[in-house]
Design a binder for this molecule. Sequence first.
Ligand code: F6R
Length: 608
Amino acid sequence: MCGIVGILGRGPVAEQLVDSLRRLEYRGYDSAGIATLEGACLARRRAEGKLRNLAGRLQAEPLIGQVGIGHTRWATHGRPTENNAHPHATERVAVVHNGIIENFRELREKLKKNGAVFETETDTEAVLHLVDGYLAAGIDPVEAVRATLSQLRGAFALGFIFAADDDILICARNGPPLAIGYGDGEMYLGSDAIALGPLTDTISYLEDGDWAVLTHDGATVYDHHNAVVQREVVKQSASASLVDKANYRHFMAKEIHEQPEVVGHTLARYVDMATERVSLPVDLPFDFREIKRVSIIACGTANYAGYIGKYWLERLGRLAVEIDIASEFRYREAPLGKGDLAIFISQSGETADTLAALRYAKQHGLHTLSIVNVTTSTIARESETMLQTLAGPEIGVASTKAFTCQLMVLATLAIAAGKVRGELSEEDEARLVHDLIEVPRLMSEALATEPQIDRLAREIAKSRDVLYLGRGTSYPLALEGALKLKEISYIHAEGYAAGELKHGPIALIDENMPVVVIAPYDRVFEKTVSNMQEVAARGGNIILMTDAKGAAEAAVEPLETIIMPDMAATFAALIYAVPVQLLAYHTAVVMGTDVDQPRNLAKSVTVE
Ligand code: F6R
């Protein structure tokens, strides 16, 4: 992953580089660093850990150069030490890199034989020595980079500055995104437009295989055949100010609480509230009646949203739906039907596995539809159809509001499919849309359980393991609950289909194992009650998330019952997501972890 920035400025750039890196910390926060050109020398400041450590280092030892590059790292090759932190530099060149150089071992061996001395454990250092070798042989920076790029395999976004030239910054993209920003006699480089928000709103995006030479006056872009190309320059208003936490302690808390509003905005984009009809914002370039099979492909939380979408598309649209983890889909070599539909779900729109799966599906002649939050992202741009979630910027690494907005888009898509395929009547459509219109209000009611969940979290925080159970759409939600708890509290958790309990996991149940049961009063409720009894009989502590009717009929003594508002059962997952998220959040707060930036994770996963 990692985030990269670069500035060809007219005044000292260190502070601006750090400010831009702050906006990229969602891409990784294992270490950070900048390099600037101080006269004719490249100088670096790097620090292990969060960006504030680098800022502290710069206060003690400032840099005043007017040309610079910066990096925030999510470690892939080499531990997250200061020595492995980017930029990497020789006397002649400094480089920042996002991605993985797959042939770095082979390059490293070759370079070592030619006398290069490697100082880090990173794959990036091979790129550094390749360029440096050409420069040492008297080749100019542009030719040195051109020759280097032709030898690299893998995914990379790269930025270079050079000791011998204060009017040049070179960048290259193969995989991870890269944006070029245009200023007044200044030029900028960033992993995304958000990084450049305070600097400029005039942006162009490199396409895959492009590389570019920036000078103070502009950019020359080359494609992968080294032919000069024009890339569209657009005005983009990525807000100059960083999104703030308002009065919340963490972004995650703010984002959980924003859900009634942003889910409502998303709904308003996809339905006509007055007529209670689905009204998609784009014309679909395929006919749902001709689709034989839908594949839903995503990673992590987005995958669980897709899993819930599968239940809806099957039930309401009577469509055959497969759900796939993006990293498996591409390599499984499953037979794909030309003209069928593949749906990709991604908050960031940059997840490398999902992007690779999208490209694979396109190659195999599938219609591609993406549900994304960042509309300027690569997945958004490369999909045949893009449906936007209107969650707004999601900063907390653990996805919350993007998840429920993804669910909202999937729900409307399932209704649209059912309607077109003649499976739903106009009355069915109106009833279902009506149910969705209720969701924001019901979510606000669900948020009112927070004080109770806060108290409960103190108990959960004492546990070593937690089990989540559910049936129907509550099963993928159980998977999501377990993921959420694991990633931010570091407590081990598993999600299971409630009916699967007796096939293995029941062996884990004892008085120390809290079991969170997600069970709205629906057509499978009674079955779930039987599973709860199996848990209770073995001394397990049940935390039951249900509605008033479910609480009355549960026939077990839960440790705690969290009562959700009454609602139509079909879309209950949208509401039950709220207590699931709150439980993970408050447990993490009790555990004292870094809720918004949990260890080892990053918000945007741009490596496979
Ligand atoms: C978990 C989480 C991750 C992401 C996954 C996909 O809270 O946020 O599991 O859902 O990395 O990311 P996107 O949606 O950006 O493709």
